[in-house]
Design a protein around this ligand. Structure first.
Ligand code: LLP
Length: 419
């Protein structure tokens, strides 16, 4: 459910016509619905009612201050993967004690910043990382709160590029070896063992892989208990999918129902790291048709947004629905390729898609662009990053202004011998 809908043939974000935003801010522009964000967060959080839990929004999905601050106001924590995300989360008002730090490659400076901030826990992904974290904490006179991220070797049945819980993936510690690693970790002077974590992939459309992973992690928790290692936190990561096209992912309530009983029996506080399911359908990317052209093979709609603004179709061949901002049921449909201005064949937003015959100057909304949209944007082809707008009811605000071309060269200089 989201709050982008047609009223009298015009596409609105909540109570704001998208054409008004395009007119005042220009295109391309990302538009987020705050009501959708709130609704999604609450549905997810309430699904786990009755079980002690903390929902840590995966900031990588959308790290805009306005989005993260919306989450923080609702009581969310943050799942971060870099010093930059730590900084952004705290600036947006997420308390450090609600921040979990995942990722295979944390630098010593990043570890130190997170220790100084006093985060809830580090999800550690290798023996070397653990040893280095122990040293960094020792230098700072602190104890690092740690959970080992285990790789449960379950198939998430999603796109190979976003599967993380198979033993051949780079993530986590092999679950068979984890028992020994916990015993080793317990001996480290500057580490406090807090929990266990896993994350098996993203855009999952079935509950079974989550339940399988939980079962395997549960066995490990039992063994650890038997060996006198008591943990407080069980972090099940993120990964719940959304509907981009025809997918029918489980609802947060179904997802929670599949996990609650088993998780409850383990008696640990649950941590969850959803990203896409909260923000994916809460955002769209609004763009404009520059030109159309017909070749013997194709009808191309060339728009002003490219793979640098929204990379998902180019990178994962992913489907993003496209809605014209002006709806006209009478209009003929044409099989079209929607492509951007970037000089790469892979620069497309849709391929062989049945779409209304749109012409120059028309506005279109690329749907489900709230997650991994702006946060993966680049300035490739020296294209400034686009603006972001947040809507709430009939109010709207530019929450990130369009980057300028001057800003593209910020920090650059010529070598002194060329002056
Ligand atoms: N926790 C960890 C440790 C993760 O690695 C991820 C996502 C999440 C939580 C959040 O997963 P979500 O609930 O959003 O599925 N760029 C790709 C997705 C990459 C996901 C990476 N990790 C895409 O656009 O599909």
């Amino acid at each position: 459910m989201h709050h982008f809908s047609y009223k009298n043939g015009e596409l609105y974000a909540e109570d704001v016509p998208l054409s008004q935003i395009a007119q005042e801010v220009g295109t391309p522009v990302y538009v987020y619905s705050q009501a959708t964000l709130e609704r999604h967060f609450k549905a997810f959080d309430q699904a786990f009612e009755g079980l002690e839990h903390l929902v840590c929004f995966a900031v990588k999905a959308n790290s805009s201050q306005a989005v993260v601050a919306t989450m923080a106001h609702l009581g969310a924590g943050a799942d971060i993967v870099s010093g930059g995300e730590l900084y952004r989360s705290m600036a947006a008002g997420v308390p450090a004690e609600r921040i979990v730090y995942s990722g295979v490659g944390k630098s010593e400076a990043e570890m130190a910043a997170a220790l100084d901030a006093g985060i809830l826990m580090f999800n550690v992904e290798s023996a070397q990382e653990l040893a280095v974290l122990d040293q960094v904490a020792g230098r700072l006179g602190k104890k690092a709160p740690v959970s080992l991220r285990v790789n449960p070797d379950v198939d998430a049945q999603t796109h190979p590029k976003i599967t993380t819980g198979l033993s051949k993936n780079k993530f986590g510690l092999d679950i068979e070896l984890a028992f020994k690693q916990y015993q080793d970790a317990a001996k480290l002077p500057n580490v406090e063992l807090k929990g266990v974590s896993c994350h098996i992939g993203s855009q999952l459309t079935k509950v079974e892989p989550f339940a399988d992973a939980l079962e395997r992690v549960g066995v490990l928790i039992g063994r650890l208990r038997g060996a006198g290692i008591e943990l407080e936190l069980l972090d099940l990561g993120g990964g719940l999918g959304i509907s981009y096209d025809q997918e029918e992912p489980p609802s947060p309530a179904q997802y929670a129902a599949a996990l609650k009983e088993q998780a409850g029996r383990l008696g640990l506080k649950l941590v969850l790291e959803p990203g896409r399911v909260i923000v994916g359908n809460a955002g769209i990317m609004l763009c404009q048709v520059l030109f159309t052209k017909d070749t013997p093979a194709k009808h191309f709609i060339i728009v002003d947004a490219g793979m640098n603004d929204l990379v998902r179709p180019a990178m994962y061949d992913s489907f993003q629905a496209i809605w014209p901002v002006t709806e006209d049921p009478e209009r003929p449909q044409v099989v079209s390729d929607v492509v951007g201005p970037i000089c790469e064949t892979g620069d497309f937003l849709a391929r062989d898609r049945q779409l209304p015959d749109m012409g120059r100057g028309e506005l279109m909304a690329v749907m489900s662009a709230g997650a991994y949209g702006f946060s993966m944007a680049s300035t490739y082809n020296s294209r400034p990053r686009v603006a972001e707008v947040m809507v709430s009811g009939d109010r709207w605000s530019v929450v990130r202004r369009r980057e300028t071309t001057e800003e593209l060269m910020r920090g650059e200089s010529l070598p002194e011998w060329m002056d």
